[in-house]
Design a protein around this ligand. Structure first.
Ligand SMILES: O=C(O)[C@H](O)[C@H](O)COP(=O)(O)O
Ligand SMILES: [Mg+2]
Length: 295
């Protein structure tokens, strides 16, 4: 059962116990394009207290450069190397781990963030445009392309049958075609509702191909490894703050750091306290509550 933090003394002890805070974004910092109340003030307070703040998001629809602009628009100054998005992590994975062949292309089922991050590391993105389908006459025209070396799947707000069919046929006809998911979150919290997430999009291809993708985002450790490669991380003094048990909290548990679950995103207090689920170290209604510490 996570220790529920509710008093000023408990808030003070939390802040004093950690030097580095890893923040999830959707459901912790913001919902859609709205900051969660109090979070902006708390972030400024932590920065003025010389804390290291890093942002670790599974949302692959936005590149790191565009996340910097999103933070700026919300009145927060964050640099690119403080942001770890699953699109960026996927680009690094293809570049450094897979050593993706220069002559091959990636077909993306997902948002602009993936394309921008892949192109930034010199990986070619397929410009294949799939027209709307109106019947089997259209479907049968979808053929594999030997230039496609990987299918990368993330949250795609413009998902279509044609896109999925092209990704499917390349995965099924070319056993060398890599199948990669930026993340597999089942749902996605925005201002007022929770909608299907990247994992729900991904499930279409997993079902049709019966293949399992390499998943890059939280809870898997690829992003944590790249954080440790570029930042001094003392595991005993690092806290992961998230709204999802099966991504953020599991990510922290796997990394061996303390975790704080907040109820401003997808997880409810009942779910967080259910012993069948992953258990965070601490819980709070909202990270914005720490603004009570600010005079
Ligand atoms: O479906 C998704 O891609 C995720 O729900 C969403 O983007 C998660 O982002 P995070 O909470 O890791 O910032
Ligand atoms: Mg989240």
């Amino acid at each position: 059962m996570p220790t529920k933090l509710a008093s000023i003394e408990e808030y003070r002890k939390l802040v004093d116990s950690y030097d580095t805070f890893l923040f999830d974004c959707d459901g912790v910092i913001w919902l859609g394009s709205e900051l969660i109340p109090g979070v902006k003030e708390v972030i400024s307070f932590l920065k003025s207290s010389n804390k290291n703040l890093l942002y670790v998001t599974n949302n692959s629809t936005v590149s790191r450069k565009d996340y910097v602009k999103k933070f700026e628009k919300l009145g927060l100054t964050v640099t690119e190397n403080e942001i770890y998005g699953s699109a960026y992590a996927t680009a690094i994975y293809l570049q450094k781990i897979v050593k993706f062949k220069a002559e091959k292309e990636v077909f993306i089922v997902g948002g602009a963030g993936i394309k921008k991050e892949l192109e930034l590391v010199g990986i070619k993105v397929s410009d294949k445009v799939i027209p709307p389908m109106s019947g089997t006459e259209d479907i049968k025209k979808i053929l594999p392309d030997s230039k496609i070396g990987a299918i990368v799947c993330g949250l795609d707000l413009n998902m279509s049958y044609g896109k999925m069919a092209f990704a499917h046929i390349n995965l099924m006809t070319n056993e060398d075609c890599l199948f990669i998911a930026t993340n597999d979150d089942s749902s996605f919290p925005v201002e007022n509702q929770i909608f299907p997430g990247a994992g729900s999009i991904l499930s279409v291809l997993v079902t049709s191909t019966k293949k399992k993708p390499a998943v890059i985002g939280k809870p898997y450790q690829t992003m944590f490894d790249s954080i440790c490669a570029s930042h001094e991380i003392d595991l005993r003094r690092t806290l992961m703050v998230g709204d999802r048990l099966d991504t953020d909290i599991d990510f922290g548990i796997a990394a061996g750091i303390d975790t704080l679950v907040v109820y401003t995103g997808v997880t409810t207090e009942e779910e967080a306290c259910n012993p069948k689920n992953s258990q965070a170290t601490f819980s709070m209604g909202s990270f914005g509550e720490l603004s009570a510490l600010i005079d």
